[in-house]
Design a protein around this ligand. Sequence first.
Ligand code: FAD
Ligand code: NAP
Length: 520
Amino acid sequence: MLNVPSQAFPAPRSQQRVASGGRTKVPLKQGRSLMDWIRLTKSGRDLTGFKGRLIEVTEEELKKHNKKDDCWICIRGFVYNVSSYMEYHPGGEDELMRAAGSDGTDLFNQVHRWVNYESMLKECLVGRMAVKPAVPKDYHEEKRVLNGMLPKSQVTDTPAQEGPSSPSYDWFQTDSLVTIVMYTKQKDISLDSVIVDHQDDSFRAETILKDYSYLIHLGLSHEVQEDFSVRIVENVGKIEIILKKKENTSWKCLGHPLENHNSLIPKKDRGLYYRKCQLISKEDVTHDTKRFCLMLPRSAHLQVPIGQHVYLKLTITGTEIVKPYTPVSDSLLSEFKEPVLPNNKYIYFLIKIYPTGLLTPELDHLQIGDFVSVSNPEGNFKISKLQEVEDLFLLAAGTGFTPMVKILNYALINIPSLRKVKLMFFNKTEDDIIWRSQLEKLALKDKRFDVEFVLSAPTSEWNGRQGYISPALLSEFFKRSLEVSKVFFCICGPVPFTEQGLRFLHDLNFSKDEIHVFTA
Ligand code: FAD
Ligand code: NAP
């Protein structure tokens, strides 16, 4: 639902198929692209029937609007009249109608919860769902919240057996510092499981505990300096965030709770949070792919876990456009040398510019110093899958190479059992191969690493492999280093490529536990 539409979209190999998790899409009529929709929303036409007035919608009222020409849908508490959007929805009218006259939040979250529907549908906003009268908050409970204990009532939707045991937080101070301590009760937490942002006096710290998100969200009672530090005490699962006071006065309280403060909810239900990052550099990597370096604000702590992606957001003609991108290391050989820039403040991306694409030309036009919004990380790759692996096989096509970069670096340095990593990298032509010379250098440097390039449209001079992913290619390439070895496969690229790869690997009797397919 509510995906970015475009005429006759997506093309057989369009990126949008991947972004939507490979769902089937219907061809859209002429004049029903995203740009056409943006134009309609800017035309001043009344798309809600309320001339911009917002109303409170009861459940009974919502239910009445369940037809194609009168269709209201509730997403995360807000009700939209999507009747005029029907023909622009790339998933098709029927898909949108599944949520007609009802709460479509779950359906939306299942398909593509990251889509910026708020911006895309802002002219369709009818109003909020009427709230059932809430029990007034008890003063003592509020006080307990600020002392860092999690009231039972705020542990929303947390099944006792499945979720992590209730995290909590506390704080203490010295003359110059305030330390916020999150007790996660989970031993394997690392610096990339905590994301901290503070802007003005608003402080936000989210920690990912298995598939749950625990959030501290406060309006701080006093000003603090921009920079801060984060420390993990791994053996007890404790996170310490050390803030520097602007003035050396004693704080009577830490602050007041903001939205969803002290809540523990499934990660998928937590909205994406964005911070503005500055473009530091943009360099050519191939004829159409560039390496972008973005700098996080000093007031943010964010490390993207290996194998995960973030969403980049830009406002294009008044509408927010969001697409996923997978951060890479600054170079393939970077783990073997001192980083040029301290690596915890910079995020690198390899981005292919599609001249007729929606977002990438805008990214390409950014000037050094411009800002791009970067979301919290997402993705279901678990680095623990690589534990004790002996043969690691990476299958990448085009920019599907991006998740392989950090996996490759990680495997060569951190997996003692590793005997061999093989990358099979599919591209159209030699000119399309990202970081070819780095890959070749790495293969020379580290005997455990082999790379094989396969081209689908090579010139006559090419004497390497050519063609498409096939069972013959795979069975020849995927030779184990020992007769019996622990293997793992990662696959990333255009959806049809990953689907075929997966099928072929199953045919070769590899189990699903031995394969990770990267999708949105
Ligand atoms: P789009 O507007 O999506 O267009 C893409 C192509 O489709 C263009 O060639 C365009 O001409 C064509 N097209 C558009 N509309 C039509 C139409 N109606 N008919 C025919 N053709 C059409 N990409 C990277 O470069 N680097 C990454 O690290 C990266 N990581 C990703 C991670 C994930 C999890 C996923 C799912 C995708 C990732 N991508 C990455 C792809 C990225 O998200 C975008 O899909 C890509 O950048 C294209 O965006 P765009 O808006 O510029 O192009
Ligand atoms: P591309 O250049 O169009 O394709 C790369 C290679 O794959 C080419 O040789 C191409 O052959 C081949 N190929 C394409 N479709 C194929 C199919 N059905 N079967 C066999 N081979 C096929 O790729 P790109 O433009 O860089 O796109 C990369 C894709 O990866 C995008 O869809 C992007 O969204 C996705 N991606 C996903 C993630 C993630 O984490 N999920 C990360 C990064 C990128 P021909 O073109 O010659 O036919």
